[in-house]
Structures are given as C-alpha cells and as structure tokens.
Design a protein around this ligand. Structure first.
Ligand SMILES: Cc1cc2nc3c(=O)[nH]c(=O)nc-3n(C[C@H](O)[C@H](O)[C@H](O)COP(=O)(O)O)c2cc1C
Length: 191
C-alpha cells in the first residue's frame, strides 16, 4: 500500500499543537506534541491519551515523575512551537526565559498559552518507537484565549526556511522510528 492513498484519512488525525511539559530531578523540559486524544466520556474523570517518543528528553522526565502538563498554544506562538518541536532539550535549555508556574502535579505550566491540562499517568503501552500514555486530568484551566495553533496552520504561515529545519529533525526521528517500530513489547489482549 502506498502512503499517499491513505494520507487524506491519516493526516487529519492530529490534535492542536501543545507544549507537553514535565519536570523530574530538578530538570524542566517541554516538547511540541500533536498526538493527543480525549480518552474518557465521564466528566468527573477526564482522561487523555498521548504519544511520546522514547528518545525524547520529555519521555525520560515523564517516566521519572509520572506526570506531565499539556499547554495548548495559540496561533501567535509559532516561534515557541519551533523551539519546542524542532530541537531536543538534550541540546538546548528550551524553557530558559519562558515564564512557568506549578499547579497540581508540579509539571511546568506555561503562563502564556491558551490553556492547560495537568495530568497524572495511570497506564502505558509500548508502541515500539513511542509510549502511549493514559493519564488522568487532575487540573486545568483556560489562561489566555485565542485561536488554537495546528500543524497544518503553522505550515502555511511559518517562514519557508523553517521547513528545512523541520525536515532535518523529522528525518532523524524517522530513521529511529523505522528501526524501533517492530520491537513492540506486547502486554496481552484481552487483558
Ligand atoms: C508538528 C509537530 C508535532 C509533534 N508531535 C509529537 C508527538 O505527538 N509526540 C512526540 O513524541 N513528538 C512529537 N513531535 C516531536 C517533538 O516535539 C520533538 O522531537 C522534540 O524535539 C522532542 O523534544 P525533547 O527531546 O526535548 O523532549 C512533534 C514535532 C512537531 C514539529
């Protein structure tokens, strides 16, 4: 099967862009994420399901703390999205100069974003290159409303040269993911 045949169905399966943050062992970090879906129909027990690459620094901080925050970005925050999504915190201190506050879990919440969800992990599934995390939403609020930022939107209005940066980052991740995809540790189904 050639990917372009399924791209019209696959490509819309993306959430708005969020800064996924975590803190562990005195280190704060944030990465850009679009792999997020609501995972509960019970209003008093809200949950999310998120996908986090195993190689990312954020993955290590979430594994250590068991918590993360999702900070939903606005359309005017593409410069921050570029920093968080195109560079790893292993190479650069991405939250230097970014105002953050702590709410319930201790994960950093960006003071300037559309709104946040503060989350505590309750289960995890290995996907080979990523970990799928099911988490309780234990806190959240709207902070500074605006238009939510999406990846298709950002691609249309970001400077053309940013695409070259994105490609370089993405090609490196793709090479790792291709190698890791098959190595799924299965946990059994039905449970
Ligand atoms: C538009 C976009 C969406 C992304 N979505 C995800 C995602 O859902 N999950 C993920 O693990 N990485 C995602 N990434 C990649 C990470 O943001 C990127 O690899 C980041 O450098 C990891 O940072 P860290 O090593 O500091 O944790 C996305 C990147 C972009 C540009």
């Amino acid at each position: 099967m050639e990917y372009p045949r399924i791209a019209p169905m696959m490509n819309p399966l993306m959430s708005p862009l969020v800064a996924m943050t975590a803190s562990w062992g005195g280190r704060d970090n944030a990465m850009l994420a679009s792999g997020i879906v609501g995972a509960s129909i019970v209003p008093e027990s809200p949950r999310v399901l998120v996908l986090v690459g195993k190689e990312h620094l954020t993955h290590r901080l979430i594994a250590g703390s068991g918590c993360f925050a999702l900070c939903f970005l606005r359309r005017d925050q593409i410069a921050l999205a570029r920093t968080l999504g195109f560079v790893s915190g292993r190479a650069q201190e991405k939250l230097a100069g970014v105002a953050v506050e702590r709410r319930t879990t201790g994960a950093p919440v960006l003071s300037d974003c559309f709104g946040f969800l503060d989350c505590r992990v309750v289960n995890a599934m290995d996907t080979g290159d990523q970990t799928a995390l099911l988490a309780d939403v234990v806190d959240g609020d709207v902070l500074l409303p605006g238009e939510p930022l999406t990846w298709p939107g950002m691609r249309t209005f970001m400077p053309k040269e940013w695409m070259t940066e994105f490609r370089a980052m993405f090609d490196g991740e793709l090479a790792y993911s291709r190698r890791a995809m098959g190595a799924v540790r299965r946990q059994g189904w039905p449970l």
